[in-house]
Ligand binder design. Structure first.
Ligand SMILES: Nc1ncnc2c1ncn2[C@@H]1O[C@H](COP(=O)(O)OP(=O)(O)O)[C@@H](O)[C@H]1O
Ligand SMILES: O=C(CO)[C@@H](O)[C@H](O)COP(=O)(O)O
Length: 549
């Protein structure tokens, strides 16, 4: 072998690792994976426990008004100082990292003071980041996704753009209090001086990315879709929306880029202080929900269902069809596709309540009751919104017999249990279809979250969607998704090629009669739910009219 061949051979066998970060609400996490996507190291810093000096609760500060919710920006920087040391102690060899990427809680914003761009490029490796960036922010408390203090700004934005549907058609969502455009509008209106001395506005994701890059990092299309500012069709800022929120915003936000964009090499701070390879690539950071889609390896036609405290649905969409409910984002692993996010508040807690009422608090008994009733539940349909639901906007419990007549209770516990589970999953299909999703022959349902351990529930899910259900060990899916994205961003090509090796387990297949039974039930459910929401809207219009008299 010649010397050149030997060098090439050594390079081929050098370890190739990838690093993902997650700046989430309560903690900062990191995961290192190898080329086969096996997890090599993990580390985390809990904001409340590890950084008590910032006095956060659950990583945030809720102001006296109860609706203004922020987090100290510098706390995230100090957490990064700590996390890097924890990673080193856990055995991470930074010189083997080929690319990094990351994610942040969606919608939160960071305001860089004039001159901070220069500062990012000149950080001294012998000093902590938090020491050097202490004065870098013109607003020291970042507004985050739990903030709901911008109702007035949302109203203003929708009025200026021509209504909620028009705004949704442009940006993928109607105006939401937590969405960044409305947050920026509030800052411009209330703190003009701070706004004027802001050089750059980042999302939590692009703020974190900027530190690694040593320069302001672009916001990616997927996280930008959670701002009410990006035109998701053209993938550029909507000038109309920018102008409605604050002046000079395009310059402060910078040009958005695809989430898989390689933004350049890691800054010399990390090379000198932590021995990163100077060629280590920094791939654009994105929001935590898009990052979860990557971590769950969603592919075209798939739907991911997270059955946690609330239930959340992620959909892969080829074309956007925004509605007044749910959110459409540009897809983080394929910039020409889209994803949808739907949140159902009445998830596990509602299932627990019916389990307690009908099955003595036992999941085993609950499952026996569920399994002993036939698919379609003799035509009975139930909707259980014990707390005010987001999707749809309804509250209360509604039960119908096979003729669509309202009934006050069902004849037995097993009918009640099946009505709950079928009702919850049919609602997911109805709302997914409203956003343009359709089950195809290749569709997979990927289930995660606490309740995905329950096979009886997953069988109903498979039947309702008429598609096989898979589970995957996806603890920390957003963080893991960014380690995967780091690899994808470096190699290019299709995401599915970069993630070969990620393993799924087939748990349930749909029964042969599922399509026939549930297609009809989905139509009935849609009609019943639409009548309920129209009645609720008429009622609330009447109340508003009386109040305005
Ligand atoms: N065997 C089971 N069957 C149904 N639900 C279950 C089962 N085991 C756990 N759960 C539900 O999982 C929920 C917690 O899910 P998890 O994903 O950990 O929630 P989160 O991340 O939102 O805190 C609990 O509320 C519980 O009802
Ligand atoms: O607001 C949203 C999505 O629209 C939330 O999903 C936040 O993005 C939550 O972040 P984590 O608490 O998961 O970090």
């Amino acid at each position: 072998m010649t010397e050149a061949d030997q060098l090439a051979d050594m390079a081929r066998h050098e370890p190739k690792n990838f690093l993902g970060f997650d700046f989430s609400t309560q903690q900062l996490k990191a995961i290192v994976v190898n080329d086969q996507l096996e997890v090599m190291q993990e580390a985390a810093v809990q904001f409340d426990n590890d950084l008590p000096e910032y006095r956060t609760s659950g990583g945030v500060n809720v102001r006296g008004d109860g609706v203004t919710v922020t987090a100290p920006t510098i706390m995230w920087v100090k957490a990064l100082d700590m996390l890097m040391d924890k990673l080193r102690v856990s055995g991470a060899d930074f010189s083997t990292i080929r690319a990094i990427s990351g994610t942040g809680q969606q919608h939160g914003s960071v305001y860089w003071r004039r001159g901070s761009g220069d500062l990012l490029g000149k950080l001294q490796p012998d000093r902590f980041l938090h020491d050097q960036l202490a004065m870098a922010f013109s607003i020291t408390e970042s507004p985050i996704w739990m903030d709901s203090s911008t109702t007035q700004q949302c109203k203003e934005l929708e009025e200026k753009i021509g209504g909620s549907k028009k705004l949704a058609d442009i940006t993928g969502s109607r105006a939401y209090e937590r969405f960044t455009g409305n947050q920026i509008m509030k800052i411009f209106q209330r703190r003009k001086e701070s706004y004027n001395c802001t050089e750059r506005i980042s999302l939590v994701s692009s703020f974190a990315c900027s530190i690694f890059l040593g320069a302001y990092a672009a916001i990616d299309f997927a996280d930008a879709s959670g701002m009410n500012l990006l035109d998701i069709n053209t993938k550029s800022w909507s000038q109309e929306c920018l102008d409605a929120c604050a002046p000079g915003l395009a310059e402060k936000l910078g040009e958005p880029v695809p989430a898989s964009q390689n933004l350049g090499s890691i800054s010399s701070y990390f090379v000198d202080r932590y021995s990163f390879n100077p060629d280590c690539a920094v791939i654009a950071f994105t929001g935590d929900n898009p990052a979860s889609l990557a971590g769950m390896c969603l592919a075209p036609g798939d739907v991911a269902v997270s059955l946690g405290t609330s239930d959340t649905l992620f959909l892969w969409l080829d074309r956007p069809k925004p509605q007044l409910e749910g959110h459409i984002f540009v897809n983080p692993v394929d910039k020409d596709a889209y994803m949808a996010l739907l949140c159902f508040k009445n998830g596990s807690l509602t299932r627990e309540k019916i389990r307690d009422e009908c099955a003595d608090g036992s999941w085993d008994l609950f499952n026996q009751l569920l399994d002993m009733t036939p698919r379609g539940n003799f035509g009975n349909i139930g909707m259980y919104y014990h707390i005010r639901e987001i999707t749809p906007d309804l509250e209360g419990v509604y039960r119908y017999n096979k003729s669509d007549d309202t009934v006050t209770r069902f004849t037995s516990s097993e009918v009640e249990v099946r009505a709950l589970v079928e009702g919850q999953f049919i609602a997911k299909r109805v709302h997914a279809e409203n956003l343009g999703f359709h089950t195809g022959s290749e569709t997979r349902v990927l289930a995660t979250g606490g309740a995905s351990a329950n096979k009886s529930l997953l069988q109903v899910l498979a039947d309702v969607f008429n598609a096989p259900v898979y589970t995957m060990d996806v603890a920390n899916s957003a963080c893991l998704g960014c380690a995967y994205r780091a690899k994808h961003g470096l190699l290019g090509g299709a995401f599915k090629d970069a993630i070969k090796g990620a393993e799924f387990k087939l748990v349930c297949k749909p029964n042969n009669d599922a399509e026939e039974i549930y297609d009809a039930l989905v139509d009935r459910f849609y009609n019943l739910e639409t009548s309920l929401t129209s009645a609720a809207n008429t009622q609330s219009d009447k109340i508003t009219a009386t109040e305005n008299k």
